[in-house]
Design a protein around this ligand. Structure first.
Ligand SMILES: [Zn+2]
Length: 551
């Protein structure tokens, strides 16, 4: 990354200094006096119980603060796009605020709905699903707030200076932050065949946003300047709300009322604030990828607190379960509301995964409570911001009911299947259910390792770095594969969870087999769909070929 990419006039004009982190060596711009870059692995969170903002904001208030600030500064407010990226062939879901504009707007084939624009786009990523609830900060669904400017040839809107100015003024003027606290860390972004310099917006020990300047097309290892350059910002709504409330975890800040409702309904015990605070601080220093990382976080936190790991886990487990239920319910609210039908393939597969994980979590809590209760609560709570979900509430709850019954049926059959397998394993002199058997149980019977564990009397071997199965390819094709340590696919920016930002979900990319099929089905309506979506006219403008239910 050439140094000149970050020589931004506003930095010089306002007296920012370019400093180098004494710990990791990375460069950053700041008005303050800092020896380190202010982020993992160089600094722990210091905002818990100590918000850097003057005011404590709810999700709704933060979203409105951001959007109205950008509106007052020349941006047009644009409604969210569907969570299912039906206008794209390479991914199932909208995973960043810029996805709705790729590829048609950026290629110049469709016009943006406004320019510049401001949006708060719900995004969903499944790569960190196993960490949800356990790290204090990972979500499957998050909102990426953004101001975008599309600089078409001969029609420039704004570029680096104005972008940094807007970000800095929002933090200082609207949120009342000390201007010396923020650090703009130099970094490089690449994704989807494009790349460019970016600035990570860091304070409180956390990254709250990223300002990306998309300006190159990467072809055959060469960087070619793009005709249309794009200001692609991303501010993590959940992260900013957490920073503003300074709570012990992002879930406490984001799920507020829904969580309180669940805590009351389940009679959850209160966990010591010191325990939760230390846990979040330790977790914030980890780039969590596997179950082994989560174990390491627990061990380190327990050591800091001077208590046995078992005691820490016993305290945290019920609360983590409630976080999972809130997270999965919120993601499902959007998935089902936007027309996804739970199934064994494509988008439907992920809806089924969320529902079953949620139901399993509820079973482990040993309470009579359904996912539908939380989702119904969330839909009502979000009625004003997302009226389309309220409009679809009846259908959403109906789908849930059907899927819950299917799950109960699967469990009923699963119990017998696992028992028969164990008899075979014992007869062969085996002591445990191995990976091969687990894959077979999933492929042939739809039984996940967690369900197998529930019924097994023998040990079950699930390797740490084996996680959520990849989406099905072809008829059965389901197999367990590593979600960790996969090559970085390059979608490296978000203001949300940094970990998920690093690794855009490989498992939500469309398998090539359906891409070819669907391009035949969907080709004709594709561009029209994007344009209609861009006009904000329709939430279900999917045309054909979506949400196939092949189960
Ligand atoms: Zn550093």
């Amino acid at each position: 990354m050439p140094e000149s990419e970050y020589e931004i006039e506003i930095f010089r004009a306002q007296g920012f200094r370019r400093l180098q982190c004494a710990s990791c060596g990375k460069f950053f711009w700041t008005l303050g006096d800092h020896s380190i870059c202010g982020e993992r692995p160089c600094q722990e969170y210091d905002f818990i119980g100590n918000s850097p903002f003057k005011k404590s904001l709810t999700v709704r208030a933060m979203r409105e603060d951001f959007i109205s600030f950008m509106e007052a500064n020349g941006h047009t407010r644009v409604r969210r796009y569907p969570i299912v990226a039906r206008w794209r062939e390479d991914v199932f879901f909208t995973q960043a605020s810029v996805y709705p504009f790729q590829p048609w707007v950026i290629s110049g084939e469709a016009s943006p709905p406004a320019n510049p624009l401001v949006i708060s786009q719900p995004c969903v990523r499944f790569v960190d699903i196993d960490n949800v609830g356990k790290t204090g900060q990972h979500f499957t669904l998050f909102e990426m707030m953004a101001h975008h400017a599309f600089n078409f040839p001969g029609k420039p809107i704004y570029w680096k200076d104005r972008t940094v100015e807007l970000c800095h003024r929002f933090l200082v003027e609207r949120l009342g932050m000390d201007p010396g606290l923020v650090r703009y860390k130099e970094s490089w972004w690449q994704g989807g065949g494009n790349s460019g310099p970016c600035l990570e917006v860091v304070f409180g020990g956390a990254e709250a946003g990223t300002l990306v300047f998309m300006q190159y097309r990467d072809t055959n290892g060469h960087r070619v300047p793009m005709e249309t350059t794009v200001v692609d910002t991303g501010y993590g709504l959940e992260r900013l709300v957490w920073l503003s409330q300074g709570t012990t975890s992002a879930y406490e800040a984001v799920f507020g009322d829904a969580l309180a409702y669940l805590k009351r309904a389940t009679g959850a015990k209160k966990v010591d604030t010191r325990v939760l605070t230390e846990y979040s601080k330790v977790a914030g220093m980890f780039d969590v990828e596997t179950a082994a990382d989560v174990r390491a976080i627990r061990a380190k936190t327990a050591a800091r607190l001077g208590i046995p790991v078992e005691e820490l886990v016993a305290q945290l487990a019920p609360l983590e379960a409630l976080y999972v239920i809130c997270d999965h319910s919120r993601a499902l609210m959007f998935l089902l509301g936007d027309g996804v039908v739970p199934s064994n393939s494509r988008e439907g597969y992920f809806a089924r995964l969320l529902i079953r994980r949620g139901l399993r979590t509820l079973r482990n809590l040993n309470i009579t409570y359904s996912m539908a209760d939380t989702i119904s609560f969330l839909i009502d709570q979000n009625r004003e911001d997302y009226p389309e979900l309220f409009f679809n509430k009846g259908d959403i709850l109906k789908l849930l009911k059907v899927e819950e019954q299917r799950y109960r049926d699967t469990l009923e059959k699963g119990r017998g299947t696992v028992q028969r397998l164990e008899e075979r394993v014992r007869a062969a002199g085996g002591q445990s259910i191995g990976l091969g058997a687990l894959i077979e149980l999933y492929d042939s019977h739809g039984l996940t390792p967690d369900v197998v564990k529930e019924f097994a009397t023998l040990g079950v071997e699930v390797p740490d770095d084996f996680s959520v199965p990849s989406p099905p390819r072809g008829r059965s094709g389901l197999s367990f594969r590593r979600t960790s340590r996969q090559p970085d696919c390059g979608c490296t920016r978000t203001g949300g969870s940094r970990s998920s930002a690093r690794r855009s979900s490989p498992s939500t990319e469309a398998p090539s087999s359906w891409t070819r099929r669907s391009s035949i089905r969907r080709g004709a309506g594709r561009r029209r769909t994007a344009a209609r979506s861009a006009g904000g006219m329709s939430w279900t403008c999917s045309g054909s070929g979506t949400s196939s239910s092949t189960s």
